[in-house]
Design a protein around this ligand. Structure first.
Ligand SMILES: Nc1ncnc2c1ncn2[C@@H]1O[C@H](COP(=O)(O)OP(=O)(O)OP(=O)(O)O)[C@@H](O)[C@H]1O
Ligand SMILES: [Mg+2]
Length: 775
């Protein structure tokens, strides 16, 4: 094997250059023998008696490098040292070409070595030299190169790898915190570019960045993207079947390692070794709201991540000169969640909080009333969507077909409005009550028991919790996507083909004139994501849309994907989970027009041109809603977020395993979301950002349904209120006790709403007269 290649690979694995050259001299150009040699402590100990400190200093001076192992050290160890040490890089001796050549970034090595696909494809010598030369001219910075002009270096890296001219201010702030070894909590809107905050440190230092992330699909997407941008990355999780990826990751062969929280807890020891060898620049905890049980996606294993602080601190690892910084990132955290994050992760008291506005100026928020339960609702609600996509891709005959089908369908509306869909229309039976067995109380702190709101009055509407749990993707599983390959080698984009065009947007955020223009601006082409509460509904809606020629696919966490294209019905087909990957792929390649998904789809998914996010049914919280809605318009162009919900019905909590405390919290969040939907007077964007504790500087967004329509005409409903209160107080004898819990506890029965309503109706005449007299 070519010695250069052996050396390059071993450098990539994190071994020290001087040790490698020793090894290659002794055992020859064989990776295996060199590794054996490097790992054979005793042999190497006898070869040198120098102390690690002495060697560290001298090697550093000699190589212009910050760290080195000594012969008495654990072979290949690179000492973790302060980034500030490298700020003095100016005065370091110039490295010889040979040293540069051998000290190439691991990412660069892999970029060439793997050709973007395989780990060790045969390389011709000439190729290797090209790779090596390329590495020499690479703009990757080594640790020792970070200096006061780091921003210039970052700029170069940004342009080279991502095609962006500048860091955003909040990215700069987060990086500054990391450079001074501070922990950092980054709270920035969906799609604002949080990932870059933890990706840059890997490029800047040559150390590894460990990213804790909740979903395989998210890790997969990010790795794929990084590979396109010339950064080697891999992901590890229980779904990772290729064990060699983990071994290679722990040997320092990837610049960025994505790992799910469950797995990282198992990897603490190997990661400590990695910190000693190649070095760990940063632990990034992405989607960190999952840490908190006050958040919307609580994952118990996220809470156990405090182990990171304990295991990677100076106290535990004596060679560290500072605790390895933790950077926690999310787009949806209320103030309570933020506090919980800081505490749970044991982040330092000096944690820097980088906060940007949660406001997404290019998103138009709308709420529409819909039963969301029947074919009739589908027809009414998706009519526009169907015509948009039909206009785009279909011939006029298809349109004709569509209108014919709509007419046909309307004939069956009786059936549909009963919550059943006619099989001949190709629609599965859907009943909104399938998922309504729980209810939220009006009061924030009140917890209602299952079935409180009369659904159980009709037995056929009642469903078992088992069914519901099977039907809803409530608790997310990390293995949401089956992937056979978890490693991605960096391959720099060709010039002009980065796929990341910068869209210069006008100052949408503040300029009222610009904002007003957005009101009725037609949406550009791009896909739509429809979020439905149950798996069954994802299937029935996608099937419905497919009937009209829309390229739609269902996506849920169950092991099947139901797809229909061009009217070819594949009803009942069960596909393996790996097909979810296919849906992801087609979505990213713009082959699909609509994805109908449960919450299993989307967290952190970064697709620029999603034009519409439709929630078809109540979300479980405003946090979840805003995060899912945030998948829209990431290119900065106008996009729409529509919530279709049954405004005449209290939303229901989807079943999940929760403690009593969590249930209370879940109801509280659901009820906040209900208020958002019911609100008719306050700008939607303002409601949302203020929910996250931000003071909304604009009085209104000018583009949501409420800003456009204005609040409804004010009516004096005092008379009606009086009637209601009088009837209720008569009915319940002691009105002061009419909290639902108190009422039920006292009388052992539920309030009979029907009886109350008919009493109100009966008494309306005389009471009304009485009331009006009193006014
Ligand atoms: N400095 C920058 N200049 C221009 N565009 C950027 C910059 N940084 C990131 N972006 C773009 O922002 C988009 C969103 O990035 P990213 O996925 O990191 O968002 P996010 O904040 O993590 O969102 P989410 O909360 O949804 O996960 C990416 O497509 C990226 O191209
Ligand atoms: Mg993200």
């Amino acid at each position: 094997m070519d010695p250069d290649r052996v050396v390059a690979e071993l450098v990539g694995m994190g071994f020290e250059l001087s040790d490698i050259t020793d090894a290659v001299e002794v055992v020859g150009p064989s990776i295996d023998s060199a590794i054996d040699y490097l790992l054979d402590d005793s042999r190497r100990n006898t070869a040198s008696a120098s102390t690690s400190t002495a060697c560290f200093t001298s090697c550093a001076d000699m190589l212009g490098k910050r760290g080195s192992s000594s012969s008495s050290c654990y072979a290949g160890k690179i000492r973790q040292s302060s980034i500030n040490e490298f700020i003095k890089s100016e005065s370091r001796p110039k490295r010889s070409k040979t040293i540069n050549k051998l000290n190439m970034s691991q990412s660069e090595v892999f970029q060439r070595d793997t050709g973007g696909q395989n780990v060790h494809p045969p390389l011709e010598d000439a190729d290797l030299h090209i790779a090596t030369e390329k590495a020499i001219s690479s703009s990757y910075c080594k640790d020792e190169d970070i200096g006061p002009d780091w921003q210039t270096k970052v700029k170069t890296l940004l342009q080279k790898h991502f095609g962006f001219p500048l860091l955003k201010d909040f990215q700069k702030d987060a990086l500054e915190a990391w450079l001074s070894h501070q922990d950092c909590l980054v709270l920035a809107a969906t799609g604002s570019g949080k990932s870059l905050c933890f990706q840059i440190p890997a490029l800047l230092t040559g150390k590894v960045v460990i990213v804790i992330s909740p979903l395989i699909s998210l890790m997969h997407d990010q790795c794929l993207k990084l590979a396109k941008h010339g950064v080697s990355a891999c992901f590890l999780g229980s779904g990772q079947t290729d064990k060699s990826v983990e071994q290679k990751a722990m040997a320092g062969m990837y610049s960025i390692i994505y790992v799910c929280p469950e797995t990282i807890l198992r990897l603490i020891k190997p990661l400590q070794s990695l910190a000693e060898s190649r070095g760990i620049a940063l632990f990034a905890v992405d989607e960190v709201h999952c840490v908190s049980k006050w958040g919307h996606d609580f994952r118990p294993d996220y809470r156990r991540l405090s182990v990171l602080r304990e295991s990677f601190s100076m106290d535990t690892m004596k060679f560290l000169k500072f605790d390895i910084p933790i950077m926690a990132l999310t787009a949806t955290a209320t103030t309570r969640v933020r506090e919980d994050i800081l505490q749970s992760l044991h982040m330092s008291k000096a944690t820097k909080i980088v906060l940007t506005s949660f406001f997404r100026p290019n998103l138009r928020f709308l709420v529409k009333h819909s039963k969301t339960s029947s074919l009739a609702s589908y027809k009414k609600d998706f009519h526009e969507l169907i015509s948009i996509y039909s206009r785009k891709g279909k011939s006029s005959s298809k349109n004709k077909l569509m209108s014919t089908n709509l007419e046909e369908n309307s004939e069956s509306s009786d059936n549909a409005s009963n919550g059943r869909m006619d099989e001949c229309n190709g629609i599965n039976e859907v009943n909104v009550d399938d998922v309504e067995g729980y209810a939220v109380s009006d009061s924030d702190n009140e917890v209602s028991s299952p079935g409180r709101y009369g659904l159980d009055s009709s037995k056929d509407r009642q469903l078992s919790v088992e069914y519901l749990e099977d039907e809803c993707d409530v608790v997310q599983d990390v293995d949401d996507l089956d992937v056979s390959c978890g490693e991605f080698s960096g391959k720099l984009p060709l010039k002009g083909c980065s796929g990341f065009l910068l869209h210069k947007t006008p100052d949408l955020a503040n300029d009222p004139k610009e904002r007003a223009k957005l009101r009725h601006k037609p949406l550009e082409d791009g896909p739509t994501i429809i979020y439905a509460p149950t798996r069954k509904e994802t299937l029935s809606i996608s099937k419905f849309l497919s009937k009209f020629g829309i390229k739609a696919a269902a996506y849920n966490a169950k092991e099947h994907v139901f797809r229909m294209q061009n009217h070819s019905c594949e009803s009942g087909v069960k596909l393996p989970k790996s097909h979810l990957r296919q849906v992801h792929k087609e979505f990213h390649e713009n082959t699909l027009q609509v994805i109908v998904a449960t919450i299993a789809f989307g967290m952190g998914i970064d697709k620029l041109n999603v034009r519409r996010i439709i929630h078809y049914g109540w979300p479980q919280s405003l946090e979840a809603y805003y995060q899912e809605a945030g998948r829209a318009g990431r290119d900065g162009k106008v996009a729409e977020c529509v919530l279709y919900a049954n405004l005449s019905r209290i939303p229901t909590l989807l079943p999940s395993q929760r403690s009593e405390e969590q249930t209370k919290q879940a109801y509280k969040m659901l009820s906040d979301c209900f208020r958002y939907g019911m609100n008719t007077s306050c700008c939607r964007a303002k409601t949302i950002v203020e929910y996250f504790g931000e003071h909304f500087l604009l009085e209104k967004c000018l583009v949501c349904d409420i800003c456009i329509k204005g609040p409804p005409e004010r009516q004096n409903l005092k008379a009606e209120a009086m009637i209601f209160l009088q009837v209720v107080s008569t009915h319940c004898r002691n009105f002061a006790d009419i909290s639902y819990g108190g009422y039920e506890g006292r009388l052992g029965e539920r309030p009979n709403i029907k009886a109350l309503v008919s009493r109100i109706r009966e008494q309306e005449g005389p009471v009304r007269k009485h009331v009006y007299q009193g006014i």
